[in-house]
Design a binder for this molecule. Structure first.
Ligand code: 1CP
Length: 350
């Protein structure tokens, strides 16, 4: 099978592959017992990300169990602030913690020139995974979008209201722009290093895009992602770029039109009919099963899978995925059932 016939890459370019490609955001992780076993052997989550032996194995674990069409490099969006010199750590059961940046002065402490060296093990992992991938499976690289990464850098972790980030972004946009510009540069460098190591497609996660109003969404989500996409496309015209402006509601359409990406990953709040009519004419689409369906399982889960596939797969330019990441309480058997349902939908169409 040649590179161009990998189903994921064909679909992200808007084509009609032989089968509907499927992968799941957060397909590696705590819902898999083999992940938890390896996680227990590592010296914390960052050590897992920065030890190529571990990270390669964790990346491949979901592909050993399920007939998925892609591996996503095992890493995290917060390796970029860590690579820039910010203090980042993970508390089990609580999530990421960062020593929060305060004000413009803190920006001067961040050093892009040190990042490539620090993140070398991540790129080494990408190269090892690429060499080990079965035929027909693609390797996806990823990064967080500048706005989402900035929220963690400023809030010091997860947040409900993002008020530290918004106070700066809305109150002093030109100052905040300096942080976003640095993150655009860092993201381009990080994604290009993954591509050089073997990533065949990249995804930009803007998990907190839905917190922004329309003016801020244009400036802090669409514009930075457009800058990243155009710089990557100039050097790597064959690498499809997917954007995920999670929970952006009616702003999704503007994203599909103006962010300069090949594909848009769609959250679960979208009806399949609206995806087909409002997004698919502009970009390839990926999504959008509610991760809660995958936790609950049962015939209603399968019905949703069929409804998504039956409306979107015939249009081409479609990748089956969840509308957000796999939740830790997911039963792995349900993942196998979803993959089977996507394959059955293909079989019933021909
Ligand atoms: O304790 C553990 O074992 C850590 C859990 C975990 C895992 C498995 C974290 C901490 N990150 C990851 C891996 C990861 N994160 C991947 C690669 C694995 C895969 O997809 O198979 C990817 C793509 C991410 C991306 C990521 N990290 C995002 C964007 C996607 C999303 O879910 O919106 C975000 C927001 C993060 C931050 C982060 N890292 C970890 C957690 C628990 C979080 C979310 C915290 C929050 O909700 O604010």
């Amino acid at each position: 099978m040649t590179e161009t016939t990998k189903p994921l890459l064909a679909a992200l370019r808007g084509g009609h592959p032989d089968r509907t490609p499927i992968w799941l955001m957060r397909q590696a992780g705590r819902y898999l017992p083999e992940y938890r076993a390896l996680r227990a052997r590592a010296n914390g989550f960052l050590d897992l990300c920065y030890t190529p032996d571990f990270a390669t194995e964790v990346t491949l674990q979901p592909l050993r169990r399920f007939d998925l069409d892609a591996a996503i490099l095992f890493s995290d969006i917060l390796v970029v602030p860590h690579g820039l010199g910010q203090k980042v750590w993970f508390v089990e059961g609580e999530g990421p913690k960062l020593e929060p940046l305060t004000g413009t002065a803190a920006l001067d402490a961040l050093d892009l020139s040190a990042m490539a060296e620090k993140l070398k093990p991540v790129y080494e992992t990408a190269a090892r995974v690429k060499a080990a991938l079965p035929a027909g499976k693609a390797l996806i690289g990823f990064a967080g979008a500048p706005w989402t990464v900035a929220t963690y850098m400023l809030e010091g972790g997860s947040s409900r209201d993002f008020l530290k980030a918004k106070r700066w972004a809305y109150g002093d946009p030109d100052g905040f722009q300096r942080l976003i510009d640095l993150l655009v540069d860092a993201t381009v460098q990080h994604l290009e290093a993954q591509i050089a190591a073997g990533a065949e497609a990249v995804q930009i996660f803007d998990s907190w895009a839905g917190a922004l109003d329309e003016d801020a969404f244009e400036r802090w989500t669409v514009a930075p992602i457009r800058a990243i996409a155009s710089r990557i496309r100039a050097n790597h015209p064959d690498v499809p770029i997917t954007g995920f402006p999670n929970r952006a509601g009616t702003l999704y359409e503007s994203f599909a039109l103006h962010a300069g990406v090949d594909a848009v990953s769609v959250d679960p709040t979208w009806t399949v009919e609206t995806i087909a009519r409002r997004l698919r004419p502009h970009v390839a689409v990926q999504g959008n099963l509610d991760p809660g369906r995958l936790v609950a399982g049962g015939p209603d889960m399968i019905r949703r899978v069929r409804a998504i596939c039956d409306r979107l797969a015939p249009m081409g330019g479609f990748v089956f995925n969840l509308g957000h990441g796999v939740l830790p309480s997911t039963n792995p058997d349900h993942v196998a059932q979803v993959v089977e349902a996507v394959r059955a939908a293909d079989a019933d169409r021909v």
